[in-house]
Design a protein around this ligand. Sequence first.
Ligand code: GTP
Length: 624
Amino acid sequence: MAVQSTIWFGYGVATDNVTVMLPNAVGLVLGTGYTWVFHQHYKVGPKKALLQQYAVAASILVFVCAGVWVLPPPRSTSFLGFVAASGSVIFAFSPLAAVVTVFRQQSVASMPLKTSCILFCNGSLWTLYGTLVAQDPAIWVPNVLGTFGGSLQLVIHAFFALRSTTTHRATYDTLNTDTDASSPRGFASVIDTTLRRGGGCRGGREMMLGWRACLCIAAAFASLLACLVTCARGWLTALYYTALSQGRYAQVVVGPAGSGKSTFCFTMQNYMASLAYRLQPLVVNLDPGQERSEEEEKKHPFDLDVRDLISVSDVLEELDFGPNGALVFAMEHLVENMEWLKEGMDEIGGSDDEYFIFDCPGQIELYTHIPVLRTVVENLMSWNIHVCVVHVIDALFIDDTAKFISGSLLALTAMMQLKAPSINVITKCDVKKESFGGGRKRKQRARPLPLALTKRLAETESGESEEGEKSGGSVEAMFRALDLQERQANRAAAGGGNDELEQEKGEEDGVDSDSDGSERGAFLDVDDPEYFNPDSVSLKASLEDSSMSPKFRALSDSICDLLDSYNLVHFLPLDITSEDSVELVVLHIDNATQYGEDLEPRDPRDQDDAEDDEAANVFLNPGP
Ligand SMILES: Nc1nc2c(ncn2[C@@H]2O[C@H](COP(=O)(O)OP(=O)(O)OP(=O)(O)O)[C@@H](O)[C@H]2O)c(=O)[nH]1
């Protein structure tokens, strides 16, 4: 009991479930107490015999701790739940081991009725809690089995009680031939007679027990039926949603205020609708503070709008909150009413391969500080929807290195907090293009010297040294080559040419070096994704010019290195005026959601319609 309660207590802590934690904490204390009392009063044999059982209990705990320690968090919780559930199943069925004894002795003395009743009630209640409240299979699966085990024991009790009732009824029928024991009144009189006759006292009690056992069985079966119906309802609902939402997809568009989320949503909607093989996605507004002109609402209406449930203006009218507090309140209200969203999506969806795009509020604290958006995303995924989080930031972010670093960290936070496949998009690249006349010169990046060149240089250097110092000379030459390479990198990163350095390493290596530097300072179009994903060397070089304090500079350098070495954040540019650019983003999202892998083949839409759509070139004018 102590071990079992410890494991369940651990599971309660891991899942942050106080309802599981509390009773098991009590069970842990009581179980330890019972063990101590048992140990003190154990007289059956030498107390050493108990050591073996303590060793088994300790080994189970060590095994569980090792599993939790070795496995990463989500798996360790599942492991803990699995072990706890297995223990509960064994615990629930353990009294059944006495069944053999019961049938051998033809008596239920070795299987106490109270324990069976408690086992049954405990199993039923936890089953109801596990299916209706926690919806956790680790809780309801062992308890369904526990309920079954408990009811089986009650049936055995009833069987023996009824049998003894029948035996005694037959006895007293022969003793009271003048009494009709088949009628209730007659049966009561038999019991009365029996109780008055001293020798028949035991038989009368057993008959009473028989009636009580019948009631017990009726109650047990009613509860068992209720449990099974509840579980069946849960399973059927889950099956229904699995079947219904097979192939459902969603983009959850998040990002700072004004970064172009709504524009992105409608650009996606228009582009996807223009493709013959796709359904038009449905845009769902999740921003209770969304403010749009009537014209915008007409041009790009939302298919489902959270403002129908609650809006920031409603909250401001009713409660004494500021705008930010009102938004947080409204979002928390949405989280508490996710059924509204589910029903709304089913209503507007209808097809089994529906595609949703969620336009989220621009307050980044909804995913950086509080888990509101995370709960929304988790709910969507629990409804078997393939979700891709699209984190958008404004192209202005990339002009300033410090801003770029903070944008990267924000994107990283979104990826970590929302715990779903994600892509990062830089919006408004069309504006960027205009301001740079279509592109800009790439900052020179550090490029390593070709290996052959480095080797050659080392050989040249070592050749100049004395024969006897050849090996040492090689090493020195290698360092000089590396030094040259580093100087080249630094100069390159600072935007300067490497002409003198190239000359310094000699022209005999045969490597071209353009006098105008066009090869190194290549013209990079904003459509080139590399433009938006500078490496740490370029970022650090650009920080050199800034007037940052040394400590802050060191911190920024470390962040740049971290982002670069682990390749943590990758940005995709989006120019809404370019079909190729939109298509590239859609391809990445499809890849993240594995779009189309479980879709049923469907008739392509009428080609003429698609051509009409393309002619209208709808995605080129998506502004909300
Ligand atoms: N040229 C251009 N303008 C854009 C683009 N994306 C957004 N905008 C403009 O940027 C402004 C803000 O865009 P929204 O789509 O409303 O941004 P949002 O992130 O939804 O804003 P909030 O809902 O207030 O957080 C609007 O005036 C848009 O027209 C883009 O890709 N190109």
